[in-house]
Design a protein around this ligand. Sequence first.
Ligand code: GLA
Length: 362
Amino acid sequence: MDDVRRWQVPGRVNLIGEHLDHNGGAALPIAIDRSLLVKARRRTDGTVNVWSRGERASFPVETVPGDVSDWSAYPAGVVWALRESGVPVTGADLVLESTLPVGAGLSSSAALTCGVALALDDLAGAGRPREELARVAQRAENDYVGVPTGLMDQYAVLFAQEGHAVHLDFGVDPPSAEPVPADWGDDGLVLAVIDTGVHHELAAGEYAERRRECAAIASELELSALASIGLDGLLSLTDETAKARARHVLTESTRVRGAVTALRRRDWAQFGAMLTSSHESLRDDFAVSCEELDVAVDAALASEALGARMTGGGFGGSAIALMRPEQVDRLRARVEAAFADRSWAAPTVFTVRPSPAAALLP
Ligand code: GLA
């Protein structure tokens, strides 16, 4: 088994800066200590086999969009996008083992696509830079799976650093990634994740719809990307829905800057306040939250969290809360009771630490 290479690939939590990547703005994710392990061995017969959660998928390296539509579209999309970019994939056996919940809004799909891209690039000896592999992973998702995501998740998975958040700027090409110490742990705080259990892939159509709305507003204002909107542009909009969407993009960009400053100063009250107002903006202006996420955030705030918000694309998935560790049990009890009262399935609460980017294991 000497020829098996093993990659550990984290999920991510975005601290703040939501729906800004596809608008040429900023985001501030961390990689988390829940990850996907990709075991990879080279084949030369033109076949890729993938084992995951007791299932096996097989497809030829010549796969093209439309061939497969189940979960194996993610690895197949990577094979397709890698070959399109000139990496000679000759076949592989891939075994995926995960501690990262799927559909929880913690980027299990980016972990999968980035992990497979790293593994196949490595088996081919191609050594493509991570910026390029991030785009390959995005292309797999956009053009093979058919979900029009931005680049934040791939950049979080590939460029995070242990103990840090990564300040991403999608207003430049290639996007910039600057580490910012994320040391709330040194000040006796934890970051809790509340997985609502509502699976967000179901809402891929709504994600695409928000993207279209933003692109239309940018084009109306003759902006190359909506994140460069100013107050004048915002005030010139007459359609109330368009104004609300643009207001989220403008105010969220300001909050990211404030959150980076607060993080550097270890000003947790200020940082927490940014998280909570980001949630309100996503709920009221961008309209990508859902009842379960709102209940989770309210339960966190009632449990003395310094701040709480939904994370990721929305319409389900997870919320995060910055709090003292002794409050986590109280939060769990409160959110479980609130969900039970509404006859919703029980949510899951756990804490995460800022973790390293994807790496080859020794
Ligand atoms: C999903 C997408 C990202 C980003 C977020 C919202 O996670 O994959 O590209 O747009 O939603 O910030």
